[in-house]
Design a protein around this ligand. Structure first.
Ligand code: ADP
Length: 488
C-alpha cells in the first residue's frame, strides 16, 4: 500500500491542556496533537497566552517574533512565545491587554464584554503567525467559535493568505451551545466584506455568530461523536443552526473524542490513594473510602453504592434532574457525591441537597483535578443525565475506572456506553431516554439491582474496563479525514 503523505497541520484552539482548560475542548486539543505527531504529521499549535498559562509552570520562551493584527477599530501587536507539548511546538499569542486576566472567557461578572475583540484578534493573529513562520499548513484545524473566523478571512479575499493560500480548513464543533453570538455592530470590527454580513454569512437572527462563519466557510466540519453529528442537523439539537448544518451535510462527520489514558487510568493515576486494575480491583475500595472522606460522607457498607456526578453545573448537564430524583434515590442506602461549578441557582440547589442529607450527600463546588480523578475511582456509579452531550469524557473515564455510567441516551453518551444485559452479560452501563427524574430513577434502580448481584457487577466492570477509547483510534480517523481533504 502506498505510504500516505505526512501533513503539515496548524491547530488553533482557545484552550489546550495543560496550558489552559475549562472543559473537554482543552482535553482534546492537548491529546490529539501528540497522537497525530506519532503518526508522522508535523503538528503545531497556537493559543492565546492567558494569565493561567503563565503560571502553568511551563518553559515558555519568547521567540522574538512580533505580529500585528486588527483589534477593535485599531491595531494591536503581539509577542509570539513558544513552548512544547510532547514534541509539538505551541505558539502563544501574547497580548496582555486581551488575555492577561483571571478566567479564560469570563470573570465573576459573566462573559468578558470584549470577547468578540479578543477572538477576532486571535483569528487574525493565527494567520499572521503562519506568515511570520512561513508555515505552509496543509490543514488548518480549528476548534469552536473562538477560531471560526479564520476560514471566513481566508475565503474573503481581503487579506493575503501568504503560506496558507492552499490550506484546507477543518472546524471541530465541541458544543453547538457556544455560538459566539454578538450584536450586529461588532461585524465592523471583523474587517470582513459587508456581503458576509448576511444570511449566507455571519448573520444570525439579527445578530452575528462567529461560529456560523466557521460552519459556512470551512472546507470540512467535524463534531465529537457520530450521534451528535446527526442530532445537530435537527430542530431539537440544532440550536438554530440546523439549517446551516444540514446544508453542509456532505462535509460534516462525527469523530469520537479519545481519552488520554496516560493521565486517566486507575493503573497509574497519581491522584489515587491506591491504584488498581481490571485484574485486581482491591484498590478501588481504598479510593471509595478516600472519596467518602473528601466529601464528608458516612462510610457506606460494601453492598450499597456511591453515586458520583462531575461536571459543569449547567442546564445541559441535567444536574437539576439528579437533584429532583435524589430524595427517591436516597430511599436506598446510597451516597451521592457532586463535584462541579457553574450557574448560581444550580450551585444553590446542590448546596441545599447536601444540607438536607448530611453524611449522605456531599457537594464540592470547585474545580479540582484531584477530586475529579478520585470521583472516577471512588464512585460505583457515575451519573450523567445530560440534556445533550456532544461527546462527554467523564463516562469514557468512568468505564476505564470500573465505574458504571448511568447516562441519558444522547450524543456521545449513546455512542460510548452500551446497555448492560443481565441475561447475556454484555454491556458497560445503563441508558435512559428522557432527561427526567422518573427515567433517571428507573435506570439507577436497574444499576443498583445489578450491583447487588456480585457476579453480574464483576462482569459489567470487566466489560467496561476493557473498552478502549484511546486517542490512537480517533487520531487515525482525523488523519484519514485530513488526507481526504488534501486530495479532494
Ligand atoms: P464539557 O466539555 O461539556 O464540560 P466533558 O465531559 O467533555 O464536558 O469534559 C469535562 C472535563 O472537565 C472532564 O475532564 C472533567 O473531569 C472536567 N471537569 C468538569 N468539571 C470539573 C470540576 N469541577 N473539577 C475538575 N474537573 C472538572
Amino acid at each position: 500500500m502506498a505510504q500516505l503523505p505526512f501533513l503539515k497541520v496548524l491547530m488553533a484552539a482557545p484552550e489546550i491542556v495543560p496550558l489552559a482548560k475549562t472543559g473537554g475542548l482543552g482535553d482534546v486539543a492537548g491529546s490529539l496533537p501528540p497522537a497525530l505527531r506519532e503518526m508522522g504529521h508535523d503538528v503545531r499549535l497556537v493559543m492565546p497566552f492567558y494569565r493561567v498559562t503563565q503560571s502553568a509552570a511551563l518553559q515558555a520562551t519568547d521567540t522574538g517574533l512580533r505580529i500585528q493584527a486588527p483589534a477593535g477599530l485599531g491595531r494591536l501587536s503581539a509577542e509570539i512565545w513558544q513552548t512544547d507539548l510532547e514534541g509539538c511546538p505551541v505558539y502563544l499569542i501574547k497580548q496582555d491587554s486581551l488575555y492577561d486576566r483571571d478566567g479564560l472567557y469570563q470573570g465573576p461578572e459573566g462573559d468578558f464584554p470584549d470577547n468578540a475583540q479578543r477572538y477576532i484578534f486571535f483569528c487574525r493573529a493565527v494567520i499572521e503567525l503562519a506568515r511570520a513562520l512561513g508555515f505552509p499548513a496543509d490543514i488548518l484545524h480549528l476548534h469552536d467559535w473562538q477560531t471560526s473566523l479564520i476560514p471566513a478571512y481566508l475565503k474573503s479575499g481581503i487579506i493575503d493568505p501568504g503560506p496558507l493560500a492552499k490550506s484546507k480548513t477543518l472546524l471541530t464543533i465541541h458544543n453547538l451551545a457556544f455560538q459566539g453570538i454578538f450584536g450586529r455592530e461588532i461585524f465592523g470590527q471583523t474587517g470582513l466584506p459587508p456581503e458576509m454580513n448576511s444570511i449566507g454569512g455571519l448573520e444570525f437572527w439579527g445578530n452575528i455568530s462567529l461560529l456560523k462563519a466557521g460552519l459556512v466557510f470551512s472546507d470540512a466540519l467535524t463534531t465529537v461523536s457520530p450521534t451528535y453529528a446527526q442530532e445537530i442537523q435537527t430542530p431539537e439539537g440544532g440550536m438554530g443552526m440546523e439549517g446551516v448544518l444540514a446544508s453542509r451535510q456532505a462535509v460534516l462527520s462525527g469523530i469520537l473524542n479519545g481519552a488520554d489514558y496516560s493521565s486517566w487510568s486507575p493503573e497509574n493515576d497519581r491522584y489515587l490513594p491506591q491504584t488498581y486494575s481490571a485484574q485486581d480491583l482491591e484498590g478501588k475500595e481504598a479510593c471509595r473510602e478516600a472519596l467518602c472522606q473528601a466529601f464528608d460522607l458516612q462510610e457506606p457498607n460494601t453492598d450499597s453504592a456511591v453515586l458520583g456526578f462531575v461536571g459543569r453545573l449547567a442546564w445541559q448537564k441535567g444536574v437539576d434532574v439528579l437533584a429532583e430524583a435524589a430524595p427517591l434515590v436516597l430511599l436506598d442506602d446510597v451516597r451521592i457525591c457532586l463535584l462541579g461549578t457553574g450557574e448560581p441557582h444550580l450551585e444553590a440547589q446542590a448546596r441545599e441537597l447536601a444540607k438536607a442529607y448530611p453524611g449522605r450527600v456531599g457537594v464540592q463546588l470547585l474545580f479540582s483535578e484531584e477530586l475529579a480523578h478520585l470521583m472516577q475511582a471512588g464512585s460505583d456509579i457515575l451519573v450523567m443525565p445530560s440534556r445533550f452531550e456532544p461527546c462527554g469524557l467523564n463516562q469514557i473515564y468512568a468505564l476505564k475506572y470500573g465505574t458504571a455510567p448511568v447516562v441519558r441516551a444522547t450524543g456521545g453518551l449513546k455512542d460510548t456506553v452500551d446497555q448492560f444485559n443481565p441475561l447475556f452479560g454484555g454491556g458497560t452501563g445503563f441508558l435512559f431516554d428522557r432527561p427526567t427524574a422518573p427515567d433517571l430513577l428507573h435506570a439507577l434502580r436497574e444499576a443498583l439491582w445489578t450491583k447487588e448481584r456480585v457476579s453480574l457487577w464483576q462482569q459489567l466492570r470487566q466489560n467496561a474496563m476493557n473498552r478502549d477509547f484511546s486517542w490512537t483510534r480517533s487520531a487515525g480517523q482525523y488523519s484519514e479525514l485530513y488526507q481526504r481533504m488534501v486530495t479532494d
